[in-house]
Design a protein around this ligand. Structure first.
Ligand code: URA
Length: 178
């Protein structure tokens, strides 16, 4: 299991998909290439890294063996549901001003299966009013801004454009925090 990490009084909570191979080995979220890219984007958007908490919708690394390599496998709905009590438990302790789901798995875990990151990214939504089950998140009204997963930037044909679009979404978060 890889749990969340960061400031208990975080102003921004980032929710990723699931730990990757490196995260699974280290027991910490977002410490591999996607994490480095996320931190660079946070910095460029002007969000104070001291005020963030980072977690994942699914707390374990799902993979298939290919030779000696462990290849990432996207979690299914059953994995998201199985890990939901952890996510709900984390939100019971955190009081963020902005929640940022990174990519489709996190967005679906928080907002339900019909949410489309590609269509709704970078928009300021109400949290937990827009949650799939708002009663699971009895928190002060806050905002939610969905964006793409940093791994999608790493996989993009044009990484610079994809990175800039991630930073643009995170600048929306920075503006909400002002
Ligand atoms: N990708 C994620 O979604 N989470 C991590 O912790 C690492 C990579």
């Amino acid at each position: 299991m890889v749990f969340g990490r960061g400031d208990a009084h975080a102003r921004v909570v980032f929710v990723g998909e699931q730990p990757g191979d490196i995260e699974d080995q280290k027991g910490l979220p977002f410490v591999g290439p996607a994490g480095h890219l996320l931190r660079r984007a946070v910095d460029e958007a002007g969000i104070d890294p001291a005020h963030i908490y980072i977690t994942n919708a699914v707390k374990h690394f799902r993979f298939e063996m290919r030779g000696k390599r462990r290849l990432h496998k996207t979690p299914d709905r059953v994995h998201i549901e199985a890990c939901r009590p952890w996510l709900v438990g984390e939100f019971a302790l955190l009081h963020p001003e902005v929640v940022v789901p990174l990519g489709a798995t996190a967005a679906k875990a928080l907002l339900g299966p019909t949410f489309r990151v590609t269509q709704q990214r970078g928009r300021v939504l109400q949290w937990p009013a827009t949650a799939q089950r708002p009663e699971d998140f009895p928190v002060e009204p806050a905002k939610l801004v969905a964006t793409i997963h940093p791994s999608a930037v790493l996989r993009a044909d044009d990484r610079d454009i994809a990175f800039d679009s991630l930073v643009a979404d995170l600048r929306v978060v920075a503006r909400v925090l002002r």
